[in-house]
Write a protein that binds this ligand. Sequence first.
Ligand SMILES: Nc1ncnc2c1ncn2[C@@H]1O[C@H](COP(=O)(O)OP(=O)(O)O)[C@@H](O)[C@H]1O
Ligand SMILES: N[C@@H](CCOP(=O)(O)O)C(=O)O
Length: 320
Amino acid sequence: MGLNVYAPASIGNLSVGFDILGAALSPIDGSLLGDSVSIESSTTGDFSLQCVGRFVDKLPADPKQNIIYDCYLAFRKAMADMGRTDEVAVSMVLEKHLPIGSGLGSSASSIVAAFYALNEHYGKPFSEAQLLAMMGELEGQISGSIHYDNVAPCYLGGIQLMLERDGRISESLPVIEDWYFVSAYPGISISTAEARSILPNHYSRADIIDHGRYLGTFIHALYRGDGQLAAESIRDVVAEPYRKQLIPGFDAMREQMMADGALAVGISGSGPSVFVITDSKEKAEQMHRWMQANFIQNDRGFSHVCQIDTLGTRVLEETA
Ligand SMILES: Nc1ncnc2c1ncn2[C@@H]1O[C@H](COP(=O)(O)OP(=O)(O)O)[C@@H](O)[C@H]1O
Ligand SMILES: N[C@@H](CCOP(=O)(O)O)C(=O)O
């Protein structure tokens, strides 16, 4: 029996919660914005990985350099640690729909889809919390330090707040139902590890106070269902001031979106994708068209009107 698992794109940080907030996204036109992984028992007895899809060309040529292979090794080791050593290997197919270094949680999407598929395939040996811990570790292997703000929303859906306590890595926050997100990827690549390395090691007291106030207000406003206050609190004093120069036209884009009635604008993850929040579908569609005409740099770029994906990672198809 085979399975096809889909893991949605995500916005790390949501501007106001560096490494501690993240949201999963679904395009409102029903298209899938995320990687998917198919899995079945290997007929040769060896592990195999085939990669297909629009953004496959920037993946490492050797399947054993793909993060999916590391997920497989980590999963097998964890099963061996629980005494399951005689399991049959698997054949996997990765459909790479998220560009690498896009700020849309591309590596997280592959990692989450792979672990979810492996767990389903081998009869769910691990709990949600155990899987999430493994996903975070693999994400940390890529970006240089463990951060759950992509893997958690990608896996669990919604807006996730990282608690990082034993057994409670992340918890869902309330979602503002009428928020539309325009998610625009300009078509160039930024390495997460490099975008982390340019950030300061220390911040001023004023920045720390602002950061605490904005994040606290954001979470308070979500629980009150006050979308206006929540959006006004989406301000980034930690990363955007340092990362925005890596994104061509960022300031002009922000100015235009605010003039067009955006509730909030920010960098998606470590960029170069950006997100815009509005409470009107019509405005979101107008902003999406502006992004297509003005922000996207080349034919690899794209823009989508999205809402929060509350489902998270799921099985799309089971085959006999
Ligand atoms: N399945 C995969 N998906 C994404 N990146 C992968 C995958 N396998 C290996 N990689 C490597 O991991 C790194 C991901 O870079 P990163 O900037 O963290 O991307 P993103 O921010 O999009 O997750 C790249 O060097 C890429 O070659
Ligand atoms: N919190 C991380 C998020 C990185 O997201 P990605 O989609 O760019 O991998 C960071 O800002 O470094």
